[in-house]
Design a protein around this ligand. Structure first.
Ligand code: GLV
Length: 327
């Protein structure tokens, strides 16, 4: 069936229903599905003649792509947008959109999943059991860390950080947070969260969970100096972006037993995982799946498709990150 006449949109990777139908109503969709990892020159080539690109978080969308003649919008199927040079997009008058809000609960759930799994050694216990090593109950078998009543330090109290704080209430946890932007006193009271500086959070927390976007300011915000401040019994959880943590320094700190464990969904050089982490039984590793529930991923797909459809029809997409481009 001919779709001539509709603006062309490059769909970098498949998205979930109802995203494809929303896109197809508004645009002539060019599916790409390249091999990963991707090179910007290939994306640029594929984007020639397209007004829009539906990208995902592993797609580098920078100057070489954003300068494609006729490009009007990049719709990222993610809340994070560190893969896109938004300043360069603004310079080329290209709109950039993301998918905020719809993944807060699934991501907060998963941060808590990693916290529980690491504290109670669930993955290690599963291997142990499958390998037939369970020969009977033992008083000292697989001893872990208590979660109920422990102190949780949340770095970044945006929507997902607040979601984690909310869950922590059910575990009677003392919640500390660090964020340059304080919550209102009412929100602090409602969440039972106390704002502290980063050093105090690191010194006092039994669990530290990271929920900041990746920016030049947050890159490597947790490194040797910060690990030295943490309790030796503490567990670090990261569901934000890998480069927020200096991964080599984390491996060194875990090797030196400066902290007790880590639960990680994101890595500094995804999809590569530091080999030091792979060999550690006190580290729980996941392949960047914090938002991966059927409902959330389909809502993200629909939202990204609606952002794109609105823009190609000449409108202002709801989740515009650089509003100065579209008055
Ligand atoms: C996932 O990491 C996202 O940014 O949506």
């Amino acid at each position: 069936m001919s779709t001539a006449g509709k603006p062309r949109v490059l769909l970098m990777h498949p998205i979930l229903d109802p995203g494809p139908a929303i896109l197809a109503e508004a645009a002539d969709v060019i599916p790409y599905s390249p091999d990963l990892p991707l090179d910007e020159a290939y994306i640029r080539q594929a984007a020639e003649g397209c007004v829009g690109i539906v990208s995902q978080l592993m797609d580098p969308i920078r100057e070489a792509v954003l300068s494609t003649p006729g490009l009007k919008i990049v719709s990222n199927v993610a809340v994070g947008f560190d893969n896109i040079d938004v300043a360069a997009a603004t310079g080329h008058k290209v709109m950039v959109t993301n998918t905020p809000g719809v993944l807060d609960d699934s991501t907060s759930d998963f941060a808590f999943t990693l916290l529980m799994a690491t504290a109670r050694r669930v993955v290690e216990a599963d291997y142990f059991t499958r390998q037939g090593k369970f020969r009977g109950w033992a008083i000292d078998m697989m001893l872990g860390t208590d979660v109920y009543g422990a102190t949780l330090g949340i770095i970044g109290i945006g929507r997902i950080g607040r979601g984690v704080a909310h869950r922590a209430k059910g575990f009677n946890m003392r919640v500390l947070y660090y964020d340059p932007n304080p919550l209102t006193p009412e929100a602090e009271q409602q969440l039972g969260a106390t704002r502290v500086d980063l050093a105090r959070l690191l010194v006092e927390s039994d669990f530290v969970s990271v929920h900041v976007p990746l920016t030049p300011e947050t890159q490597h915000m947790l490194s040797t100096q910060q690990f030295d401040q943490m309790k030796r019994s503490a567990i670090l959880i990261n569901t934000s972006r890998g480069p927020v943590i200096d991964e080599a320094a984390l491996v060194a700190a875990l090797d030196a037993k400066k902290l007790a464990g880590a639960g990680l969904d994101v890595y500094e050089r995804e999809p590569a995982v530091h080999p030091g982490l792979i060999r550690m039984p006190n580290v729980v590793l996941a392949p960047h799946i914090a938002s991966a529930t059927t409902r959330t991923r389909s809502e993200m797909s629909a939202m990204a498709a609606r952002n794109m459809a609105t823009a190609v029809r000449g409108g202002r997409p709801p989740n515009l990150l650089n509003p100065e481009v579209k008055k």
